[in-house]
Design a protein around this ligand. Structure first.
Ligand code: DGL
Length: 273
């Protein structure tokens, strides 16, 4: 199936759908291709080398399907693979194509999100251990204290459609109290994993009242719009048909069923190996 020149959105699984839906709401005119590597999710506990290899393979797939711009809608892959792909692979692989991530748009405004300078961060082990957010935010907003908490159980829970189960509360409470225990002054928490917005209501219930939870979707969408305005050489390559195709490396029927939880719409999807 072909969609013409499109914007590719890639995630290890379903999480990137929370980014895709915000991007499409803001810019419905473009063609999009979503690719979830559901067969190999989660990425969050995998090594740097493995995340890099998987991410590069998926970026190449999206390029071969006609994407001239790929958004890595996964914090783990953005933290562990994006820079190497941009600096080492892209120049010889596809010098006229672009690959962007989700960490930079978020860190660029992170300091404006907190009122008292105490920022919390939920992410996968890979994202938190990489210190990517801490390093970037310290550079741009030196007065902001960033406290991270890895939540290794949340992505498997969401990928297995257990977000609404009672048992999930145990793991939401566990990581929420661990974060607040490290810095009780936190007034804002960034969901630095694209899967986590699915748990937003539960997270809100288990955090002390008054803490603001920020999802990345609207931030990434606004940043992409800004990017396309500034880069007409990329924008002009993307077809404006308003279509969106969905691919998964796992079973397509399972993807269709679970994706509807993220998107609130019925979609069709194909398996791609
Ligand atoms: N959505 C991915 C992220 O933003 C989840 C990573 C995973 O597969 O563990 O980090």
């Amino acid at each position: 199936m072909s969609n013409g020149a499109s914007i590719g959105i890639f995630d290890s699984g379903y999480g990137g759908l929370t980014i895709l839906s915000e991007i499409r709401a803001l810019m419905p005119e473009y063609n999009y291709i979503y690719l979830g590597d559901n067969a190999r999710t989660p990425y969050g506990t995998r090594s740097f080398d493995v995340v890099y290899r998987y991410t590069l393979e998926n970026v190449k797939k999206l390029f071969s399907m006609g994407c001239s711009l790929v958004i890595i809608a996964c914090n783990t892959a953005s933290a562990k693979a994006l820079r190497t792909i941009q600096q080492n692979d892209l120049p010889h692989l596809a010098p006229n194509k672009r690959v962007l991530g989700v960490i930079r748009p978020t860190t660029e405004i992170a300091g404006t999100l907190t009122r008292n300078g105490h920022l919390g961060l939920f992410g996968t082990e890979g994202t938190i251990d990489s210190m990517s957010y801490n390093i970037e935010i310290a550079r741009l907003f030196p007065h902001v204290k960033v406290t991270g908490q890895a939540c290794p159980m949340w992505v498997p829970i969401i990928e297995n459609s257990e977000a609404e189960s009672d048992g999930t509360d145990y793991f939401v409470e566990k990581y929420c109290s661990a974060l607040v225990g490290k810095d009780p002054l936190i007034d804002t928490v960034i969901l630095a994993c694209t899967h986590y917005p699915i748990l937003k209501d539960k997270i809100q219930r288990h955090l002390p009242s008054g803490i603001r939870i920020v999802s990345q979707g609207p931030i990434v969408a606004e940043s992409l719009r800004n990017y396309l305005t500034r880069h007409s050489e990329i924008e002009s390559q993307i077809e404006k048909g308003g279509n969106c195709l969905f691919y998964t490396t796992e079973n397509a029927q399972k993807f269709i069923k679970n994706a509807s939880i993220f998107l609130n719409e019925q979609i069709s999807a194909e398996t791609i190996i």
